[in-house]
Design a protein around this ligand. Structure first.
Ligand code: NI
Length: 171
């Protein structure tokens, strides 16, 4: 089922999400499937639970955007262990549609997370995958990519969004 994605302005996007403690349940597995479906339907490469109005530490990532079934990654209660190097690249967010800006991120990250059955694993990513991991884990801490921009750029985007809200074009 495709879920509704909440947009910038909804407080759930700026709240710190709660750890998940119940694993292996049909509800959790269904939520993960629904999140992938929602992400693909919106042509995203990452989606975090707060974006579907659930304040839980869960995110799905697929840098291949559905092309490669092996690229699907589910991260529950993820923690970044190591960050290395840096990269600057364009970033967007399904909760802030229509806005893309250059964001500086670590080039490579190593993280620890749990899978749907609660098993811990470590994995790493670089380039686009590392960018998606950092963007999505930020979501679980209530941080949006706007926070990584200069105050000037951030305020400009906020003003444009306020206009869209007034015009009823930000639902
Ligand atoms: Ni996002």
């Amino acid at each position: 089922m495709v879920l509704r994605i909440v947009k910038y302005g909804d407080p759930v996007l700026e709240a710190k999400a709660e750890p998940i403690s119940e694993f292996g349940t049909p509800e959790l597995k269904q939520l993960v499937e629904d999140m992938f479906e929602t992400m693909y339907a919106n042509k995203g490469i990452g989606l975090a639970a707060p974006q579907v109005a659930l304040s839980q530490r869960l995110t799905v990532i697929d840098p291949s955007a559905g092309e490669d079934p092996n690229a699907r990654l589910v991260l529950i209660n993820p923690e970044i262990l190591v960050k290395e190097g840096s990269q600057i690249g364009e970033e967007g967010c399904l909760s802030i549609p229509g806005f893309r800006e250059d964001v500086k991120r670590a080039y490579k990250v190593r993280l620890r997370a749990q899978n749907v059955d609660g098993e811990f694993f470590e994995t790493d990513g670089e380039e686009l995958l590392a960018r998606a991991m950092q963007h999505e884990i930020d979501h679980l801490n209530g941080v949006l990519f706007l926070s990584h921009l200069s105050i000037l750029k951030r305020d400009l985007i906020r003003r444009k969004i306020r206009k869209l809200v007034k015009a009823g074009e930000w639902e």
